[in-house]
Ligand binder design. Sequence first.
Ligand SMILES: [Zn+2]
Length: 80
Amino acid sequence: MQKIKKQIRLLMEENDKLREELARAYGQAGDSTPAREGLKNLWDLYQQGFHICNVHFGRIRTTECLFCEAFWDREREGGR
Ligand SMILES: [Zn+2]
């Protein structure tokens, strides 16, 4: 039990960090200039199994997520 609680706390701390990271990436992506660095970070997170959509934002992704895919498609095309 104790171990699980610790695990959860670690995950939540990690989540906070990711949210900050994502918030920064989103902030940059909101401008007209594409945030290459931010996009790469998002892609890394996505590959590591985290949500990059603003619906589940930084949570662990256990299944395919339509929001993430839609978000990613839009971001990629936004780079033009
Ligand atoms: Zn998602």
